[in-house]
Design a protein around this ligand. Structure first.
Ligand SMILES: Nc1ncnc2c1ncn2[C@@H]1O[C@H](COP(=O)(O)OP(=O)(O)O)[C@@H](O)[C@H]1O
Ligand SMILES: [Mg+2]
Length: 165
């Protein structure tokens, strides 16, 4: 794995295997606690769920992490008193703000880390800052690259939900 910086404040890493992606998740979890929001961006199969699994392992939360596609949000209980839980959300099918609001993630954020796959362009409004992670899949290869940074503001600086790549 090689780690570098794309722009000031952002970090990049090459992830040759799924284990590397999970290891990055565990590492990112070292800097996460209750109230933190993580937005995962990247196409289908890029490794968003694999990274979420690593974050869950790093936080020590309970329950197997799998794709939440059919449930929209899955709650992982903390390992013990004082530890954060994790809410794992798949925003792909969320119609928009009313559906996001209906999940009541604001109250979850009080004692959990909230991780949102496909969250870019919609989930930023939940907090004043979030950890943005973009996973890119190289063609005809298992290799992924990750680029991550803490972003401030409650709206997406890059593009809106209506224009996914
Ligand atoms: N370097 C890698 N990082 C992440 N996943 C990888 C990697 N190489 C192969 N894979 C595989 O790609 C798939 C990624 O799936 P998943 O994490 O569900 O993606 P997403 O949630 O972004 O749709 C898994 O089957 C995983 O084993
Ligand atoms: Mg997924």
């Amino acid at each position: 794995m090689t780690t570098g910086r794309a722009t000031p404040g952002s970090s990049t890493r090459t992830l040759p295997t799924v284990e590397d992606t999970e290891a990055l998740g565990r590492e990112l979890a070292l800097n996460l606690g209750r109230g933190d929001l993580v937005i995962l961006d990247g196409p289908l199969g890029a490794g968003k769920t694999a990274l979420s699994r690593g974050i869950a392992a790093g936080l020590g939360v309970l329950g197997r992490v799998s794709s939440p596609t059919f449930v929209i949000a899955r709650e992982h209980a903390p390992s013990g008193p004082g530890a954060p839980g994790m809410i794992h959300v798949d925003a792909y099918r969320l119609g928009g703000l009313p559906e996001l609001d209906a999940l009541d993630l604001d109250s979850d954020l009080e004692d959990s880390v909230v991780v949102v796959e496909w969250g870019e362009g919609i989930a930023e409004r939940l907090t004043d800052r979030h950890l943005h992670v973009r996973l890119i899949r190289l063609p005809n290869s298992d290799v992924r690259t990750a680029e991550w940074e803490w972003r401030t503001g409650r709206s997406s600086p890059i593009r809106s939900r209506s224009s996914p790549s």
